[in-house]
Design a protein around this ligand. Structure first.
Ligand code: F0G
Length: 455
């Protein structure tokens, strides 16, 4: 069969409030043209993020009822720990309320002024948490990762030569090597098993621990199965285990590839690091067997981890994004290719060449998608990455707009509607204007910056 159907039925639904373009223009004005400022009831199709927005399964809701809220030693924690170790057999599994809490704890221990932490591409919260300690976040993705047209199968790979050069020249200031799977900020592109192994080997040769930011590990493993030589016949769970077998630890947001609405963890093998992390956890999150989560959340994560490695689901998941990507390409909308695991990334800089990067073509497109279609997306470009630690501003590598797909939430007709909105936008693209920022915070400005359209 050519049609890949959603591998689930819908048992519980939420209504979508339909709005008009006039209403949405007023709402945009009130939100200072920052889509994070909108009430989600005013959004028809919310593609702001795939994080925490998954539809939980009946089995997960059953797990929620089973959740045990004991302060210490809850059976929910042990179920959570067992489910994590089944896929990622690290010695210490430390629950946190979400991924960035794991990052904050990790970098409060290994970061600090003068340190440099390389990765393929750090996600913005990872970068923010590294920089908050005075350290530098270094992105070393391969050159193809910067080329939206390159069809390299693993555009999330790290550039091993540049990694080695950094380790050779400044190794004493590199406390660890990281890798983000899939590489969210680089278009949701996967990392190959071969590259993970080589990066780990390199890190270890220089005596450095190797950590994986595993937010979208199952999507990455699916790409490995589909694209990497000799992996096609292997179960996804085995591939996942191989990915983490070469790591010394991981950070995780369970809001992605665990189908949970909240949660995360920090894991490692090193006892000394784990002891320091748990001390910090007690200060900032909670006791080590709940770490900022309710027992019911730990149980929902445990069940979600069993479901996320289902290959029928992963096939449908990745195909959903390809379906949208193919339709946008047919309209002449430039996108990052191949389509990523959790999102379609539109190349706004190329779609709107009349808007210079420092007038934020990505923000302009995101605003237009909302105004015309009630669709909320997210700029991943100069607004998100352009503000430098010293307060100056420069163009990001790319100005992308991310259409992130919540897991198991929208159907094919939502996708068709999205494509139709793009069709309309393509017809009027020259009329779209850039914006200027009228106020912004010193870090992670995209969440709260206020904008004004240029005349
Ligand atoms: N690492 C990556 C690769 C991420 O994509 C995210 C979150 C985090 C870490 C932080 O996890 O949100 O649980 O604190 N990404 C979301 C997104 C916010 O929309 O891409 P968190």
């Amino acid at each position: 069969m050519r049609t890949i159907i959603e591998p689930f039925r819908i048992k519980s639904v939420e209504p979508i409030r339909m709005t008009t373009p006039d209403e949405r223009r007023a709402l945009l004005q009130a939100a200072s043209f920052n889509l994070f400022g909108l009430a989600s009831d005013d959004v028809m199709i919310d593609l702001l993020t795939d994080s925490g927005t998954s539809a939980m399964s009946a089995a997960q809701w059953g797990s929620v009822m089973r959740g045990d809220e004991s302060y210490a030693g809850s059976p929910s924690f042990y179920r959570f720990e067992k489910a994590v170790k089944n896929l990622m057999p690290f010695k210490h599994i430390i629950p946190t309320h979400q991924g960035r809490a794991a990052e904050a704890i990790l970098f409060s221990i290994v970061g600090g002024a003068g340190e440099q932490i390389p990765s393929n591409t750090h996600f913005d919260t990872t970068r923010g948490n590294i920089e908050a300690t005075g350290a530098t976040a270094v992105d070393l993705v391969i050159a193809e990762g910067h080329d939206p047209d390159s069809l390299h199968p693993f555009k999330g790979n790290i550039d091993l030569e540049r990694l080695e050069a950094l380790l050779a020249s400044a190794g004493e200031h590199v406390p660890m090597v990281m890798m983000t799977v899939t590489n969210n900020a680089g278009g949701g592109q996967p990392v190959s098993l071969e590259n993970l192994r080589a990066a780990s080997e390199l890190a270890h040769r220089y005596g450095k621990p190797f950590f994986i930011d595993g937010c979208r590990f199952a999507e990455n493993a699916w790409f490995i199965k589909c694209r990497e030589p000799a992996q096609g016949d292997r179960p996804v769970t085995d591939i996942v285990r191989d990915m983490f077998a070469v790591a010394d630890g991981m950070t995780m947001s369970a809001k992605k590839d665990a189908f949970a609405n909240i949660g995360g963890w920090l894991a490692m093998n090193d006892d000394v690091l784990a002891a320091a992390a748990r001390n910090r956890l007690i200060l900032t999150e909670g006791f080590p067997t709940y770490g900022g989560l309710a027992g019911r959340d730990l149980d929902a994560i445990a069940t979600g981890l069993e479901e996320i490695v289902d290959e029928q689901y992963l096939r449908y998941r990745v195909r959903t994004n390809e379906y949208i990507g193919d339709a946008l390409l047919a309209l002449g909308v430039p996108i990052v290719r191949p389509v990523g695991g959790h999102a379609v990334f539109v190349d706004a800089r190329r779609l709107l060449p009349h808007i210079p990067p420092l007038s934020y073509p990505g923000q302009s497109l995101a605003v237009a998608l909302y105004e015309r279609g009630g669709i909320r997306s997210c700029e991943i470009g100069t607004v998100m990455f352009g503000l430098q630690p010293d307060g100056t501003e420069k163009a990001a590598d790319m100005d992308l707009v991310r259409l992130a797909m919540p897991r198991r939430v929208y159907t094919q007709s939502h996708a068709d509607y999205l494509v139709e909105v793009f069709e309309e936008l393509v017809g009027v693209r020259e009329s779209l204007r850039g914006l200027r920022i009228v106020s912004q915070p010193p870090r992670l400005r995209h969440f709260t910056a206020k904008f004004e359209p240029l005349a």
